[in-house]
Design a protein around this ligand. Structure first.
Ligand code: XMP
Length: 427
């Protein structure tokens, strides 16, 4: 998904934001401006990011006054590095978010936040009953990526309807080390699910060969995924429903700002009715439900991972050897973060291998090898990010291991760029 909230802001919305910025805190607290920033009284909860304002200027819509305020905003140190929390994560559900959402997709005000194992259990019991009623003796198909949302939906459906569910796991070759194996181990071996494992690695990588434009890469991956899934679906008899890991922020985002890959992203021609048991839940609630359903911690508390997977970290045209370098270096980084207590502390961390080489020396001989870039960021909702200060001792171990264990790498870099101005991913 694309977290960029920028281009869809209207001039009025940006102006409201600018007025808000210049108003003293006391006034804001007493009389929050109407609309987009409704009721937001805390700087940490402001609605628009620094990058949004930059883009606003670039589109040529800013007046001279706007520019002066923006300039002041840029110079205020507290705004310089850390962006702000975008409204999509706010639970207040502003009017804008609710506009156009079907009533059944709206979270009722009375719905209690799932914050304890007991509440998670109650939700599961209620959903199992509702799913059995909705599905009866019919069959459900689910694309299971191994991410939190689809895994929780799979576990809920397995509990409710067992073998009436068929999960399809498409390995597109862009997953992290050990992920496809874990999906099979958890769902087929432990939960005894009907799981179709599709090895589509060659198919994806062949289509991606020589393609360096990031958007083209994303489109190929998305389109190919739908094709592979649709092919598997057509092989199945008597499927009536399609399970989906839609969660509440997906619904809010797809109506407020942008369309989301989880909402209506799968083949419409298949004509299935949707089953979306966690569509009214926030991410933290989905995790609690997953934990209660017995999913492993590294699945439930998985860091954000882009749909196009390692493809966006293999910068430029994807080659198998560079993809392997990304996968192996990422596995080392994750291993060392886990060993050094950074796993649950850092929001997102990964490695990137750009399509360039530099000079090195190995066994007395000159090398012309690639480099690994380490990225480790903290964020609330991905619209802005700060850099984690990794202890040097840990960095040294990671560097030594990557240089020793990953073939074709002669240099390791640590990226210190916050978002904005950089983005979290490289493509
Ligand atoms: P950026 O790079 O825009 O990333 O700062 C923000 C967050 O979004 C994730 N991301 C994606 N997720 N499909 C996804 O599902 C994508 O194409 C994609 N690109 C970025 C990224 O990992 C980060 O958490």
């Amino acid at each position: 998904c694309d977290f960029n909230p920028i281009s869809d802001l209207t001039a009025t919305e940006v102006r409201e934001f600018l007025c808000w910025l210049t108003a003293p805190a006391a006034i804001i607290n007493k009389a929050p401006s109407a609309g987009l920033f409704d009721g937001q009284t805390d700087e940490n909860e402001m609605g628009v990011s620094y990058a949004a304002i930059d883009k606003y200027i670039k589109t040529g819509r800013a007046s001279e006054r706007d520019k002066r305020i923006i300039d002041r905003y840029h110079r205020r140190s507290e705004h310089k590095r850390v962006g702000v929390k975008h409204y999509k994560e706010k639970e207040g559900d502003s009017k804008m978010e609710k506009k156009g959402i079907k009533p059944e997709d709206l979270r009722p005000e009375s719905m209690e936040r799932i914050s304890t194992p007991e509440l998670a259990k109650a939700f599961i019991d209620e959903q199992v009953k509702a799913l059995r009623e909705q599905i009866g003796d019919k069959k459900v198909l689910l694309a299971l990526s191994g991410g939190v949302d689809s895994s929780v939906v799979a576990a809920l459906l397995i509990k409710a309807i067992g073998k009436q569910l068929t999960c399809v796991h498409v390995n597109h070759g862009l997953l992290r080390k050990g992920e496809p194996e874990q999906v099979v181990a958890v769902f087929r071996d432990q939960m005894d699910a009907n799981l179709i494992y599709v090895d589509a690695v060659d198919r994806f990588l062949d289509k991606l060969a020589g393609v360096s434009d990031p958007e083209k890469k994303r489109k190929i991956i998305g389109k190919e995924f739908i094709e592979v899934f649709a092919e598997e679906a057509k092989k199945q008899d008597g499927i009536s429903f399609l399970g989906q890991g839609t969660i509440y922020p997906d619904i809010l985002e797809s109506h407020g700002v942008k369309s989301h890959h989880n909402v209506g992203g799968l083949p419409e021609e298949l004509n299935f009715e949707l089953v979306e048991p966690v569509k009214l839940l926030y991410k933290d609630e989905v995790r609690l439900v997953g934990k209660q359903l017995g999913l492993p911690d590294n699945m439930v508390y998985r860091q954000p991972f882009p749909g196009p997977g390692l493809g966006v970290r293999c910068v430029g045209a994807i080659t198998r050897d560079r993809l392997e370098q990304v996968r192996e270096s990422d596995a080392i980084l994750r291993d060392e973060f886990a060993k050094n207590g950074l796993e649950g502390k850092v929001w997102q961390y990964f490695t990137v291998v750009p399509d360039i080489t530099s000079t090195g020396i190995k066994d007395g001989k000159r090398t012309d090898d690639r480099m690994v870039i380490i990225r480790a960021v903290n964020s609330v909702d991905a619209t802005s990010a700060t850099i984690e200060e990794i202890p040097y001792a840990v960095l040294h171990v990671i560097v030594d291991r990557i240089l020793a264990e990953v073939p074709g790498i002669n240099r390791v870099l640590y990226d210190l760029s916050p978002k904005p101005i950089a983005t979290i991913e490289y493509e």
